[in-house]
Design a binder for this molecule. Structure first.
Ligand code: TYD
Ligand code: MG
Length: 452
């Protein structure tokens, strides 16, 4: 006999509590517990059987990949979708997840692959109208649309179609599985529906793409648990006030996670940006102080971005440190090193730092570029023209080498830059690019180079 038992589940972390309380014991979130009824079925205990083991050295075939028809999307996935895999795409509402998946669905259908698009948020008319407006209707006979929210029905409709290659669920927060007694969007429902959908798509060998909304805190809503269940987690991010959208790999069982795909939201849907550096530098002006160009690497691809700093006298007891697109802890460290080791007067001043275009930089290689932007803003002298900067800065104000200098320099040369400020190379060799190399070993060197 099945026995129903009420438990209280935290909607933030999935922690289970026997009694209700105001705060979750596991993650400390307030007001996040909701009552969920769990079926407890004491099944017959079987004795178990021996599992055959394999050696690590055996031969395995390379993973087959299905192209989504969008090269930037394929790049982030590590070369395309893997049949039978589950991919979660997270992002703020209105960022363009449905648009991206609709475009991928139509491109894939153009190659004859079957695609099923289940939407719990929009009606089939709305989706059809969007596809028509974006001019996607050629060759899309193999796309099946349905407005559905019942995961069991969806699983049952899938098994009927043998030509199916991709299944899209938009969004997992609207799905429910009958028999699980809690509302759509709760941890138990999301977990149970995802489980059901993954099971059925794995059996059919088609790729599952799940849309998940992101909460105000930036986590994929409620179901942190979801991230463990799927093979790949992608984040679609961008500033709503900018046109750029970045698709970023967060977890990938079949490829690297540091790859990004860059898109631009246009009147005709998302278009791919093949050369993001050009786009991010579009508004760069070299004659203003506090603006520098950082030669970065995102995944395997070089990316030049503009970093702007403004240092201004503060009227507050605790001067402001405002950062967009970079780590604020890193900025505090760099400001302290600049002040203590190189004598740059920064205390008692507000610092604003901005990475143009809404890009987020995580590399320590940006340290030297940020330092140069700060120095340039304090001295009021623009950085040397046509110059890119990169390098890591240590606590002793020493400038350290970073990975892939050649790739960064090559991209800068391609875009017409003439000079680079960078850490000294490991061994003195011939310049293999057309840039003038200006090596700096400390922040004091950097201040001199910038003419301060
Ligand atoms: P959508 O894909 O519905 O976002 P999500 O599924 O992530 O919630 O995208 C909606 C936004 O994109 C909407 O605010 C308008 C904008 N948009 C365009 O600018 N151009 C277009 O061609 C389309 C389809 C949407
Ligand atoms: Mg949507």
């Amino acid at each position: 006999m099945a026995k129903a038992r009420a438990t209280y589940v935290c909607q933030q972390c999935g922690g289970v509590h026997p009694k209700w309380s105001g705060q979750c014991d596991h993650c400390g979130a307030w007001n996040s517990l909701t009552e969920e009824v769990q079926e407890k079925t004491p099944g017959p205990r079987n004795k178990g059987r021996e599992i055959p083991m394999e050696g690590l050295k055996g031969s395995s075939k390379p993973l087959p990949r299905i192209s989504t028809g969008i090269p930037e999307f394929d790049r982030v996935l590590g070369g395309g979708l893997v049949p039978g895999s589950a991919t979660l795409i997270g992002g703020d509402p209105g960022i363009g997840k449905s648009t991206l998946l609709l475009q991928a669905a139509c491109r894939m259908a153009g190659t004859g692959a079957g695609v099923a698009y289940f939407s719990g948020e929009e009606s089939t008319d709305q989706i059809r109208m969007r596809a028509e407006r974006l001019g996607l209707l050629n060759n899309t006979e193999s796309v099946g649309l349905a407005a559905a929210t019942d995961a069991a029905n969806i699983a049952a409709s899938l098994s009927a179609d043998p030509g199916l290659r991709m299944v899209i669920i938009d969004s997992i927060q609207t799905m429910y599985l009958p028999g699980v007694e809690s509302g759509p969007g709760t941890v138990s429902q999301v977990r149970a529906s995802t489980h059901e959908l993954i099971r059925s798509t794995k059996k059919l060998g088609c790729a599952l793409l799940i849309v998940g909304h992101v909460t105000k805190e930036g986590a994929i809503a409620g179901p942190k648990v979801l991230e463990h269940m799927v093979d790949t987690v992608l984040q679609f991010e961008g500033d709503r006030s900018h046109h750029f959208r970045i698709l970023r790999g967060i977890k990938n069982r079949f490829g690297p996670t540091d790859e990004i795909g860059v898109f631009e939201m246009t009147g005709n849907g998302l278009s791919e940006v093949a050369n993001p550096s050009e786009l991010f530098l579009a508004d760069w002006r070299e004659d203003v102080s506090g603006a520098v160009v950082f030669a970065g690497i995102e995944g395997t691809r070089p990316l030049l971005v503009e970093i702007q700093a403004l240092v201004a006298p503060s009227s507050m007891a605790h001067p402001r440190r405002n950062v967009v697109g970079w780590d604020s802890g890193r900025l505090s460290m760099l400001a302290a090193v600049l002040e203590a080791r190189a004598g740059l007067p920064l205390s008692g001043r507000d610092i604003f730092l901005n990475v143009a275009g809404g890009v987020k930089i995580t590399e320590p290689a940006a340290d030297l570029a940020v330092a140069a932007a700060l120095i340039s803003s304090v001295t009021g002298r623009p950085c040397p023209a046509n110059t890119v900067i990169f390098g890591e800065v240590g606590l002793a104000a020493e400038v350290r080498r970073v990975a892939h200098p050649e790739q960064r320099l090559k991209e800068a040369a391609k875009l017409g830059f003439e000079q680079a400020i960078l850490p000294p190379a490991k061994k003195a060799g011939k310049n293999r690019d057309s840039l003038r190399h200006n090596t700096v070993t400390t922040l004091t060197d950097l201040i001199e180079t910038l003419g301060g």
